[in-house]
Design a protein around this ligand. Structure first.
Ligand SMILES: [Zn+2]
Length: 445
């Protein structure tokens, strides 16, 4: 008998690797934050004594969901700019409010709110892009979430930094500060080709190689962005990024809504990732990324919620369902993006893009134990012929029952495992920021 920390017994496991497999009546043994074994329940009981045994019954356990693109702090701006297209949304609502409000405290409070929302929705890791990444990391790590912080770069000054060089310097200092944290990692995050100059992008390409970091950037989000780049730079944004050395297996191209066939082939040939954010793209009327074509070409695809200011949910189940429905509709092919593939994009696909593919994203011995359990014994999920089908087409985030990050339970029976005060503090700070934003909105021109 071997002693392990936790033995999770459940009706179904979707390990993501091997692809498409559903294990029935299996258990997962967790020890020292990692997956020690996956075995039939009877066999696991014979082999392991567990300090804690979790008997889940009619549940399915999957790898933790990985949100490949968000601006966590922007949860504090949820619902302030609905029904506007991207540029008006940014110029009339988001940028003025951010200019007045975005501070270290704003980022800490907003990210804590986002983190609690994501954990309850089975998201165990997020790739964030925002000002004050050190405050975001503090917030995410405090509630036990795995976090990938973007070292943001943008040319214009904010309260956080004065110019692109200053953003990079501060972001790299944050990376140094969190070097000892096993659950924190980084991307280089130039905001977008239209807000970052050539020299900065070249520097980022070099830094990515030197520091072995992914590059996380918004690209080809709207048709207007592509046209503006053609006029200003004589090239479409992706061609410009390629000229400056950024299109490689390190690139996480967020949105990639407006691509021609050659651009799809370029992303595939270079081994780049597209972070598909269908809800945000639909809400801002930016368009619909052709994920079916990207996957068919061999592009790695991950899903992101984008910020809650343009979504307005941080709910990857919602994104998975939308992604697969849109892919089918766009291709006029019901076989497009089946459930198993959608779950793979939201787990292993995103993990790979973030340089975490050998650590998380699937339920395999040796990997770190980021896991989510969904209750399938409820009204909305009965009867259950195929748990994988339910995960994508029937479940909502309200079916998430238990969540583990690196073997530690962060949600138990739908309750966050936290110091009670954190939840109360988060709600109080959200109300206080709403009041401040409302004053600004009332006095806005
Ligand atoms: Zn975004």
């Amino acid at each position: 008998m071997q002693t392990v920390d936790t033995l999770i017994e459940c009706r179904w496991i979707v390990p993501v690797r091997p692809a498409g497999v559903v294990l029935e009546d299996h258990a997962i043994a967790l020890d020292a934050g990692r997956i020690a074994a996956v075995a039939p329940i009877a066999e696991a009981r014979e082999r392991y004594t567990a300090r804690e045994r979790v008997q889940l019954g009619e549940h399915v356990v999957t790898p933790g969901l990985v949100n490949a693109h968000t601006h966590a702090a922007m949860t504090l701006l949820r619902g302030v700019g609905d029904d506007l297209p991207l540029m008006r949304w940014l110029k009339e609502r988001i940028w003025p409010l951010e200019a007045a409000l975005a501070s270290e405290q704003f980022v800490y409070d907003g990210t804590r709110l986002a983190a609690l929302e994501m954990l309850r929705a089975g998201v165990t890791c997020c790739s964030d892009m925002y000002f004050y990444p050190e405050a975001a990391l503090r917030a995410l790590r405090e509630v036990g979430m795995r976090a990938v912080a973007g070292i943001i770069a943008i040319e214009f000054p904010t309260a956080y930094a004065s110019d692109a060089e200053d953003y990079l310097r501060k972001g790299l200092a944050t990376r140094d500060e969190f070097r000892g944290d096993a659950l924190a990692s980084f991307t280089l995050a130039p905001h977008a080709p239209y807000t970052v100059a050539d020299a900065t992008l070249e520097r980022i390409a070099m830094l990515a190689e030197e520091l072995d970091l992914p590059i996380h950037t918004h690209v080809h989000e709207t048709a207007a962005e592509v046209e503006e780049s053609r006029q200003r730079h004589g090239a479409r944004p992706l061609a410009r990024l390629d000229r400056l050395g950024l299109v490689s297996e390190r690139l996480i191209a967020v949105h990639a809504v407006h691509l021609d066939d050659a651009e799809v082939a370029l992303l595939a040939n270079r081994g780049a990732t597209v972070a598909h954010c269908p809800a945000s793209n639909l809400k801002l009327a930016s368009g619909i990324a052709n994920v079916g074509a990207l996957l068919a070409a061999g592009v790695n695809v991950a899903f992101g919620t984008d910020g809650a200011a343009s979504n307005n949910r941080l709910d990857l189940l919602d994104e998975m369902r939308l992604a697969t429905l849109l892919a089918k509709g766009l291709a006029d092919d019901a076989a497009m993006l089946p459930a198993a593939q959608a779950l793979e994009c939201a787990t292993l696909g995103a993990a790979r893009a973030l340089g975490l593919g050998d650590r998380i994203g699937s339920i395999e011995p040796g990997k770190e134990a980021d896991l989510v359990a969904f209750a399938l014994n409820e009204i909305e999920t009965q009867p259950c012929y195929d748990p994988l089908s339910h995960l994508i087409y029937a479940c909502g985030r309200e079916h998430v029952s238990d969540v583990w990050v690196a073997g530690r339970a962060v949600v138990k029976k739908r309750q966050l495992v936290l110091d009670v005060d954190i939840e109360r503090e988060v709600l109080a700070s959200a109300a206080a920021w709403r009041q401040k934003a409302q004053v600004l909105l009332r006095t806005a021109p």
